[in-house]
Design a protein around this ligand. Structure first.
Ligand code: CTP
Ligand code: MG
Length: 222
């Protein structure tokens, strides 16, 4: 399993990169790795180059730590280079430290059953509208061009699971703009299947998410 943790966390806006933010005495990254303890997985963690030593100190000895790259997909490829050769490879954001083990199991089971790429996803709760910048001088307002059919949409989480062959194919030709690995797989024609995700697999992205994460820890839910 590859855990990309090499982002800088611009949207979170904390003084340290997101994976190294403290959550009740353990970092986001430590909590993420600890959450995998019951899984039979070789873990490769990818962190900013200047934090490789710090991460090695924080994490159990069996965890391999390597330096990441400018884009998420660069970091994933760095991790794949250090990963053990398994038939199934999972990629999981460090920024989703509360992901229940059941989600990992659902993803792995679906890949084992024959799907080459599997992602967890949840229905979308809000009404979604497409907008453009308003050109009628209405200041900060945007103009709605259409309402998107919510029923057919899923908010996609990690872990994302792949056959080794499918993930290698996905990463063979990458422009650097994909926000997830399944997006790369789609581009090369690999069918991607969705299994149910979990609200606890939310990604810590904004200060609001961090507030919720600290509540989850304080309430002993993780
Ligand atoms: N990631 C990575 N290498 C990058 C960029 C992102 O390993 N060059 C990782 C992040 O550390 C995170 C996951 O990919 O665990 C999901 O990315 P995101 O939520 O976008 O995290 P950041 O890129 O750190 O946040 P931001 O986009 O707000 O800067
Ligand atoms: Mg990012």
């Amino acid at each position: 399993m590859v855990i990309p943790a090499a982002g800088s966390g611009v949207r979170l806006g904390e003084p340290v990169p997101k994976a190294f933010v403290d959550l009740g005495g353990r970092t986001v990254l430590q909590r993420c790795v600890d959450g995998l303890a019951t899984l039979d997985a070789d873990v490769v963690v990818v962190v900013p180059a200047d934090l490789v030593d710090a991460a090695r100190t924080q994490l159990p000895d069996h965890v391999v730590v390597v330096a990441g790259g400018a884009h998420r997909s660069d970091s994933v490829r760095a991790g794949l280079g250090a990963a053990a050769h398994r038939d199934i490879v999972l990629v999981h954001d460090a920024a989703r430290p509360f992901t229940p083990v059941a989600v990992f199991e659902r993803v792995v089971d679906a890949v084992r059953s024959g799907h080459r790429a599997v992602v967890p996803g949840l229905p979308v709760a809000d009404t979604l509208k497409q907008v453009v910048v308003a050109s009628d001088g209405s200041g900060d307002c945007e103009l709605v061009t259409r309402t998107v059919d919510r029923e057919s949409l899923r908010a996609i989480q990690t872990p994302q699971g792949f056959t080794r062959e499918a993930l290698a194919l996905a990463h063979a030709d990458d422009s650097g703009l994909a926000t997830d690995d399944a997006g790369l797989a789609e581009r090369v024609g690999v069918p991607v299947h969705v299994v149910p995700g979990d609200p606890l697999a939310f990604k810590i992205t904004t200060p609001w998410d961090l507030r919720i994460a600290r509540d989850v820890v304080a309430e002993g839910d993780h």
